[in-house]
Design a protein around this ligand. Structure first.
Ligand code: UDX
Length: 464
């Protein structure tokens, strides 16, 4: 292990109380949608004076060269086999990964504590999915905070999961998809996390472990903000005996480009410069969602038929069962001059670009908040996990998007894109998204709720 770099000047003001509590230790879950918020949090805490030490797995390891101010501690794990792709495999991997690292983590943590001295370490912030890591830290007397990278309401679902199973909502039955979940309005059964009967047990285990990690920690950090989820945050605060810090949207405080696992193709920003305001549809399904070759085809021809300018991220591995992400023959010719396809994009910057007028998204929580904060309305096509619930809120609570439901079929894709980009209700969604953008700016501005929550978090960390 290399010695940690000294904290910056700004650092000294907050976290260097005579050398006490100046280190924060972080352990992200190694998936893009979890790595980004953890690194954004690292940026926030580093700016407040903490020296940052990141423990990480070999799987999806960050690149230390891109974060010269942080120290990195690789933690070997005992999981082997191919990288998980199918969602059932990802869930099983998430459940096993903390345990697979636990023994090595404990030794490495003990070495770090000896080196820094116990008093110099404020706490460990770990992803809520890493229960064994929390337990190992607690055994060594290190206080822990849990980061949940999704919405407040999605964590409320985690805590409600046993009740939802007891009441028969879960596992989901096809005949019940549109049944309202009266305990969690405005959710319907189709919005609940579910990976089928075979995966039900492991999913229950994943949720129960995350809830146990949060309840056994000294606080819950959420990448959400008051104006977006006030009611949901109040509910969580009533249910949980630990403090809840709603310090999001974290990317407004600290960008995450440096924690991208794939190389971002920046040429698309220049390409966007040529287009009028709010004219381009941005299409991306995040880092994990996969589609069938048939769905790729319908998506492509729907985009082509809409006649709307577009920027489409076709990620390596995005099409199931195909090593090459080949777009249908004739697509390039049909869209020449009004479209660009890239393997991975600088999404945060792109959503900020004035030319982007809509986002066709899978509604991962990061993508959803990044879009909301730039005033970009969404065409929602959720795939799994919290994405369906996020889409429900986008369409029915914040009313800044519409969901593309049912089979993907080019004619319906075409119509939905036109409705979002050029229709009257699309314009209304854009206007409401603009109001949410303002609300996010207020929350993250001086004296805003998220800023105050960061102050409280830092004070809390120093008091542990
Ligand atoms: C996963 C789950 O799918 C999601 O439901 C959960 O909320 C978080 O974990 P993921 O599929 O990775 O998330 O989506 P999302 O949460 O949207 O995160 C993707 C991140 O990658 C975003 O921060 C986005 O800015 C970034 N990204 C995406 C890029 O940098 N470039 C791209 O081309 C696409």
């Amino acid at each position: 292990m290399t010695p940690p770099p000294a904290p910056t000047m700004a650092a000294e003001s907050n976290a260097n109380h005579g050398g006490r509590h100046r280190h924060v230790l972080l352990f992200p879950l190694p998936y893009q949608g979890h790595i980004n918020p953890m690194f954004r949090l690292a940026g926030v805490l580093h700016a407040r004076g903490f020296a940052v030490t990141v423990f990480h797995t070999h799987f999806n390891a960050p690149d230390p060269a891109r974060h010269p101010h942080y120290r990195f501690v690789p933690v070997p794990d005992v999981v082997s086999g191919p990288d998980p792709v199918a969602i059932e495999d990802v869930v099983a991997h998430i459940v096993s990964i903390g345990g697979a690292c636990e023994a090595a983590f404990r030794d490495l943590l003990a070495a770090v504590l000896e080196e820094y001295s116990r008093d110099a370490v404020a706490c460990l912030v770990a992803d809520a999915h890493l229960l064994p890591i929390f337990q190992a830290a607690n055994c060594l007397g290190v206080p822990t905070l849990a980061l949940r990278t999704s919405s407040a309401v999605s964590f409320a679902c985690f805590t409600a999961y046993p009740m939802l199973c007891e009441k028969g909502y879960l596992p989901v039955q096809d005949s019940q998809l549109d049944t309202p979940v009266v305990e969690l309005p405005p959710y319907r059964v189709r919005d609940l996390m579910d990976i089928g009967k075979d995966g039900h047990e492991v999913l229950c285990e994943m949720m129960a472990r995350a809830v146990a990690a949060v309840k056994g920690s000294s606080g819950l950090i959420l990448n959400t903000f008051d104006a977006l989820e006030r009611r949901e945050l109040e509910g969580l605060r009533q249910d949980l005996a630990v403090p809840v810090f709603d310090i999001g949207p974290l990317h407004k405080f600290s960008p995450a480009g440096e924690s991208s696992l794939l190389r971002q193709d920046r040429s698309c920003l220049e390409w966007l410069d040529a287009w009028p305001p709010a004219s381009v549809l941005y299409v991306s399904f995040g880092s994990l969602a996969c589609m069938s070759p048939r769905d790729l085809e319908e998506t492509a021809w729907g985009i082509a038929g809409s006649c709307v300018p577009f920027l489409w991220v076709v990620r390596p591995g995005m099409v199931r069962g195909s090593a090459h992400q080949e777009l249908p023959k004739g697509f390039e010719a049909a869209t020449r001059g009004r479209g660009m396809v890239v393997g991975w994009a600088p999404q945060e910057e792109l959503l900020r670009h004035r030319a982007v007028g809509g986002f066709w998204t899978h509604n991962g929580w990061n993508s959803t908040t990044e879009s909301v904060c730039e005033g970009v309305p969404m065409l929602c096509r959720p795939y799994f996990g919290d994405q369906m619930g996020n889409a429900r809120y986008v369409e029915h609570v914040w009313r800044v998007g519409l969901e593309l439901v049912g089979e993907l079929e080019m004619g319906r894709v075409e119509a939905a894109i036109r409705r979002l980009m050029t229709g009257r209700d699309g314009a209304e969604m854009r206007s409401r998204a603009g109001q949410l953008k303002k609300a996010a700016e207020e929350c993250t501005g001086k004296g805003g709720t998220s800023c105050l929550a960061i102050d409280k978090l830092v004070t809390h960390m120093m008091s542990l």
